[in-house]
Ligand binder design. Structure first.
Ligand SMILES: Nc1ncnc2c1ncn2[C@@H]1O[C@H](COP(=O)(O)OP(=O)(O)OP(=O)(O)O)[C@@H](O)[C@H]1O
Length: 504
């Protein structure tokens, strides 16, 4: 058994206090007991008479887990924060180390983060609001989440009650403060497991919390607790955990209106009533209670179905959009995701995108779709998306050399020949001025491509490059013609003045 010197724990930060002990977050890393740890130290107020047996039970709990197979340990750790090692101060045991509750077993309340203890489930909505944990608790207010939490609690007791080499372990002080709750997914972790003891251990100290005392103890028919008293307390926790509102913490009627109607059917009500029976022989096992609750969750659950999922294309240009389409039954929201690069888009209206939802994943990957509702989710592949990269595309406009024949000799119609001689344009060949093609820059399509989602848009980009070149070519030809005409006019003027009649 591992025993750790208290001085090695580092700075201790208080996490919570019970009637017998103070629990701290351990500041330093302890290589022999890896992970985030909590240290439970018996309060100085625990007198010597109780201290010895309590520490002895603690040691037995550590030893019990040490003797388990890895699979048994894993199951226990799934449901409890079981004692892992003892802590001593100058050689004397003072408490034990256990796993600290994971972060999702804490909720926000007015005083800051606090352990989401089972008892918070019973607060009525106005009380929860006044204490500032109404929002954090909201997921636990869903009927099936409550039922699932109760099933987990019963499972934890079932695991503790399993026969272990002739031992019959008894949890003892089941109450609404000894289980912590998380909601996504619904889980519980049973705390205070250092009080778990074998039914054969006559020296064990296992207290009762008020309003949890079983009838056989109340009536002094027996002093020590056993697995049947555990079942009695478990049934009370289940009823009180399902109920909300004033009086829920003392409730012992599974048919009470404080328990949401329809959560338990008559079989469940009868089962829990049997668990509370004064006739101990009537009481079911924790396993039976768990099996009923699990079955009830499955009966009431109406998870969504993903009927189909597909991509609009499975090959596309990097950076282009792809449309994801799906069909579903009973979904409340949709999530599109990939395991690659944590790509995820969530909270989509499942009926809001009949033509598909556009996505631009950063890389090629398998795209999956999940439809979600309060009772679960169903997911499947939409397709594997492949990307290709656009090579830099250069469209350079190099118009072919234009060969314009020299302007033809102008032949005047006969009528004109009859007229008095006018200055006539020269019939000689007029050389054309040189034609300068415009400098048309090459068009690089690569930057335009990610913005162009369809081939038509891409064609438009290329088309406008050609149009720009066209305008340039047009302007060059017009300019050349203008200069030719100018030259012709100048030439003919010159010739006309040479042929003119001398002034009278
Ligand atoms: N592993 C843990 N991680 C974080 N907080 C814890 C852990 N175990 C206990 N706590 C907090 O400390 C409080 C007291 O713990 P616990 O119930 O074990 O003490 P206790 O003195 O034995 O209680 P009781 O009055 O039931 O005998 C719990 O209600 C919870 O808020």
């Amino acid at each position: 058994m591992i025993r750790i010197d208290k001085r090695r724990l580092g700075t201790l930060k208080p996490l919570g206090q019970g009637g017998m002990a103070q629990v701290y977050l351990v500041g330093d890393h302890i290589p022999e007991v890896p992970g985030r740890l909590a240290f439970k130290e018996l309060l100085p107020s625990v007198d010597a008479k109780n201290r010895g047996p309590m520490l002895s039970t603690m040691r037995q709990a550590v030893a019990l887990r040490d003797a388990m197979s890895p699979a048994e340990q894993a199951e226990l750790d799934l449901l409890t924060v079981w004692p892992l090692a003892m802590v001593h101060e100058r050689g004397t045991d003072v408490g034990m180390l256990m796993r600290c509750l994971p972060d999702d077993f804490f909720i926000d309340a007015n005083g800051g983060r606090r352990v989401f203890e089972f008892q918070l489930l019973g607060a009525d909505p106005s009380q929860a609001k006044a204490n500032g944990f109404d929002k954090s608790r909201a997921p636990a207010d869903k009927d099936l989440v409550r039922l699932a939490l109760m099933a987990r609690l019963a499972y934890a007791i079932e695991v503790i009650h399993r026969p272990r080499g002739g031992r019959h372990l008894v949890y003892g002080d089941m109450n609404l403060r000894n289980a912590a709750v998380a909601t996504d997914p619904p889980r519980i972790l049973l705390m205070d497991c250092d009080g778990v003891a074998d039914a054969a251990d006559a020296n064990r100290i296992q207290p009762h919390t008020p309003f949890f005392v079983p009838p056989e103890v109340r009536k002094k028919q027996q002093k020590l607790q056993d697995q049947l008293t555990d079942v009695y307390k478990l049934a009370l926790c289940v009823i009180r955990g399902l109920a909300t509102g004033r009086g829920s913490t003392q409730l012992d009627d599974p048919a009470s209106p404080l328990v949401p109607a329809g959560l338990l059917d008559q079989i469940g009500i009868d089962l829990l009533n049997r668990a509370l029976s004064e006739d101990r022989a009537q009481r079911p096992t924790a396993q039976e209670i768990k099996e009923y609750l699990v079955g009830r969750v499955l009966d009431l659950a109406d998870p969504p179905t993903l009927l189909s999922a597909a991509l609009s294309t499975d090959v596309t240009l990097r950076g282009s959009e792809v449309f994801v389409r799906w069909q579903h039954k009973g979904g409340k929201s949709v999530r599109i995701f990939s395991d690659v690069n944590n790509f995820s888009v969530g909270d989509l209206d499942p009926d809001g995108y009949p033509n598909g939802y556009p996505i631009k994943p950063p890389t090629a990957c398998e795209i999956r779709v999940a439809v979600v509702n309060d009772h679960g989710e169903d997911e499947g592949p939409a397709g594997r998306l492949h990307y290709y990269e656009m090579p830099p595309v250069q469209v350079s406009v190099n118009p072919p050399a234009v060969v314009l024949p020299d302007l033809p000799v102008m032949r005047l119609p006969r009528t004109h020949a009859e007229l008095p001689p006018y200055p006539l344009p020269a019939a000689d060949v007029v050389p054309l001025p040189p034609l300068h093609w415009p400098q048309v820059p090459p068009v690089d399509l690569a930057p335009a491509v990610p913005e162009a989602h369809t081939s038509k848009q891409l064609r438009d980009v290329i088309g406008s490059a050609y149009r720009a070149a066209d305008v340039g070519v047009d302007a060059a030809i017009r300019e050349m013609l203008r200069r030719t005409a100018q030259k012709l006019r100048a030439d003919s003027k010159q010739k006309a003045s040479a042929n003119a009649f001398p002034p009278p």
